[in-house]
Design a protein around this ligand. Structure first.
Ligand code: NAD
Length: 282
């Protein structure tokens, strides 16, 4: 349809078959908390789609380096690892600067690092509250901000944040602080998406349900009955997810396949949030 608009525009310059729009060849991505669990699986997905990926990890360079090596073997030859604590703005600025000097640019930031604490709300200390909020909320902001400072002048960029199903439901654990941090993350995603859309930067989130990572392993082993009753049975699909089941959503959001989407949160939870537990089919 040939309609002349007074202001604004229709569509983008992105064209071609849909499979090509998932293609990340030539892009550079960074993943915080990328050496383990969900971050590692997302990093692998981005590399499989063609991106070079910078793995940020907090404590052991060896763990991050092993993942970078795995990604280079997949063909993402520019991938490398760095140490960065997401609660330290300077660490993230250094990581972005190092990436730009080694790989020329940063197209995709995946702000994934997060921690959980199970403490009854009435017993939670100020230090526990601050520590969790620092990593889960401030850390996401610092990662997004460090990336945006580089992306804004380039007028292009894509930020993907790992939120949680627990941003939407009180998940049956004593996790008021964690759940609140993830609800905050979702609002932060909306605000950053709104502010940075004019710079052609998209910001979206993925909210995983229960995913088999180091966070869950020990609990499943020690309390199999409880694990079944609040992690597995409530999910309509009757199972826990695996980290690689989030890679598709990460590639979708990080790529041109989601070109008209910003400020949103994709829930990947095996149907956990569909209906109250007492309504589940048996
Ligand atoms: P994980 O413990 O395997 O990975 C968390 C990563 O974050 C680790 O690499 C850790 O080193 C890193 N990290 C923690 N504090 C950091 C800091 N200060 N600076 C830099 N890195 C730091 O756990 P995961 O399950 O892979 O968690 C990844 C993300 O997914 C988290 O944001 C978590 O809240 C979220 N999530 C997990 C689940 C689940 O069931 N596993 C569900 C929903 C959301």
């Amino acid at each position: 349809m040939d309609i002349k608009l007074k202001e604004g525009r229709v569509g983008t310059d992105i064209t071609g078959p849909v499979t090509e729009r998932f293609d990340l060849r030539g892009r550079v991505a960074m993943v915080t908390g990328g050496s383990r669990g969900i971050g590692r699986a997302m990093a692998r997905g981005l590399a499989e789609a063609g991106a070079d990926v910078v793995i940020l990890s907090r404590s052991t360079k060896d763990e991050g380096e092993a993942v970078a090596e795995e990604l280079r073997a997949l063909g993402a030859t520019g991938s490398f690892a760095m140490l960065a604590d997401v609660t330290k703005r300077a660490d993230l600025d250094t990581a972005v600067n190092e990436t730009v000097s080694r790989l020329g640019k940063l197209d995709i930031m995946v702000a994934n690092a997060g921690i959980g604490i199970d403490v009854n709300a009435e017993d939670m200390s100020e230090d526990q509250w601050d520590r969790l909020m620092d990593v889960n909320l401030k850390g996401v902001f610092f990662a997004a901000q460090a990336a945006a400072k580089h992306m804004i002048p380039r007028k292009t960029g894509n930020i993907v944040v790992t939120s949680s199903l627990s941003a939407f439901v009180a998940n049956g654990n004593p996790q008021a602080c964690y759940n609140t941090s993830k609800a905050g993350v979702n609002m932060l995603v909306r605000c950053l998406a709104y502010e940075w859309a004019r710079h052609n930067i998209r910001v979206n989130a993925i909210a995983p349900g229960f995913i088999m990572t180091d966070i869950l392993g020990p609990f499943l082993k020690e309390f199999p009955d409880e694990a079944y009753s609040y992690m597995i049975r409530p999910a309509a699909m009757n199972r826990i997810g695996t980290p690689d089941e989030l890679a598709g959503a990460a590639v979708f959001l990080a790529s041109d396949a989601s070109s008209y989407m910003t400020g949103q949160c994709i829930v990947v939870d095996g149907g956990y949030s569909l209906t109250p537990l007492e309504n589940r089919l048996t």
